[in-house]
Design a protein around this ligand. Structure first.
Ligand SMILES: *[C@@H]1O[C@H](CO)[C@@H](O)[C@H](O)[C@H]1NC(C)=O
Ligand SMILES: *[C@@H]1O[C@H](CO)[C@@H](O)[C@H](O)[C@H]1NC(C)=O
Length: 210
């Protein structure tokens, strides 16, 4: 009896350990769980956030940015709808990340990722689609620029250039070979949409010259 009570409590404690202590961001309103972070500092035009280590389900697609996001979304959506080795239905989370590689100019290979909910972070079921895979990220020291409206290729380009300019102005170091775009809303939501572009910091996170 004690054990039966203890196990769910322990699992809950573990789940809280992953995301529970951090506040859910206000822009994350459409789902129960979001990728939460510690805010290190907030500049006038970007935030420095530290994300904890995390597990994601991902897929790679070669296409234009917008078409790749759509194809990737549906593959990952099938995974959470039960196309996994347990047939488990997994709740939708936020954000949806798209990795854009830029090492030799922007490629057309994009990696789309869904965050696994806390309960599935430790031991997620393997995908049954061969093009879908589980990915583990270390802690991510991240520079973030937020913007409203729709996450189009043009908006992504505008805002990553603006973020790079702000980081350059503040003499911050970051990895220029790739970035993420992060979308927080379903296409059904017409107003108050929230999107972000992310750069990974090199060295310490900060909002002023080192
Ligand atoms: C950072 O500052 C901006 C602009 O003042 C604000 O909109 C945003 O909510 C702040 N971010 C956090 C995480 O508090
Ligand atoms: C995308 O295209 C590149 C270059 O042709 C190739 O190396 C890569 O494997 C392709 N990726 C996918 C997911 O098909």
């Amino acid at each position: 009896m004690m054990l039966l009570l203890l196990v769910p409590l322990l699992l809950l404690a573990l789940a809280r350990g992953v995301w529970g202590e951090r506040e859910k961001p206000t822009f994350c309103g459409e789902v129960t769980e979001c990728f939460t972070f510690d805010l290190i500092c907030n500049s006038s035009d970007y935030e420095a956030r530290l994300y904890p280590p995390s597990a994601w389900v991902s897929t790679r697609v070669n296409n234009t940015y917008t078409a790749a996001k759509t194809t990737g979304f549906w593959r990952l959506f099938r995974y959470i709808q039960g196309w996994n080795q347990l047939g488990a239905k997994i709740p939708m989370t936020s954000p949806v990340l798209t990795r854009v590689d830029q090492a030799a100019g922007e490629t057309q290979e994009f990696t789309i990722s869904f965050l696994l909910p806390a309960a599935w972070q430790g031991d997620p079921p393997q995908p049954t689609q061969p093009v879908v895979f589980i990915e583990r990220f270390p802690a991510l020291p991240t520079y973030v620029r937020s913007f409203g409206g729709w996450l189009t290729d043009a908006n992504r380009g505008t805002h990553i250039r603006a973020l790079d300019a702000s980081l350059g102005r503040d003499a911050r170091h970051f990895d220029r070979s790739w970035h993420y775009s992060a979308g927080y809303n379903s296409p059904m939501k017409l107003f108050d949409r929230h999107n972000e572009v992310w750069r990974l910091a090199w060295g310490g996170l900060g909002c002023a010259p080192e």
